[in-house]
Write a protein that binds this ligand. Structure first.
Ligand code: FMN
Length: 150
């Protein structure tokens, strides 16, 4: 399986950077080929077509999904390049999960109507560097990927 992690964060070396490195490492340990790419709202996402699984996520700043990822979904060719792909979503934020599910995840999902979202996860601050939580996210993603393949 070839996976790409598409992410955004305003904080270089911050919690999202560390999280995606942990996700990528764990997924690679399960045999996947993994790359990562930081989003730009005006980017060309044709390269996404080479991948089977697209893991997509970003932090929340001031109630909004970080702007380059949201912008890429709204303004670039990303959405069309996601056609037929399996998508795993994640968000990093400081809010409780219920609020994040109601307020933040829909910002991504409303821009992904018609896409195949196989899993989604809100990472609370205390979960960001918890190996067990990250391992479970990756295991759930692998299982959901296999199910969606059938
Ligand atoms: C300026 C700023 C604004 C934030 N606004 C929100 C917010 O509105 N809702 C929320 O749940 N978390 C908010 N957070 C928490 C971040 O989403 C969370 O700490 C995230 O892990 C930061 O990722 P980063 O280290 O990659 O920047 C905010 C953090 C910062 C620094």
């Amino acid at each position: 399986m070839k996976a790409i992690i598409l992410f955004d964060s305003k904080t270089s070396g911050g919690s999202t950077d560390k999280l995606i490195d942990s996700i990528g490492r764990k997924l690679a340990e399960t045999g996947a080929y993994v790359e990562k790419a930081k989003c730009k709202s005006t980017g060309d996402y044709s390269f996404v077509k080479e991948f089977d699984l697209v893991i997509m996520g970003a932090p929340i700043y001031y109630l909004l999904v970080s702007s380059e990822l949201l912008g890429a979904l709204l303004q670039s060719n990303l959405k069309s390049c996601l056609e037929g792909k399996k998508i795993a979503l994640f968000l990093t934020c400081g809010s409780p999960e219920l609020m994040a599910n109601l307020l933040y995840l829909p910002q991504l999902k409303l821009n992904l109507i018609g896409s195949t979202i196989i899993t989604e996860k809100i990472f609370a601050p205390n979960q960001l560097s918890d190996p067990a939580v990250i391992a479970k996210y990756v295991d759930d993603m692998n299982e959901a990927y296999r199910k969606a393949e059938r």
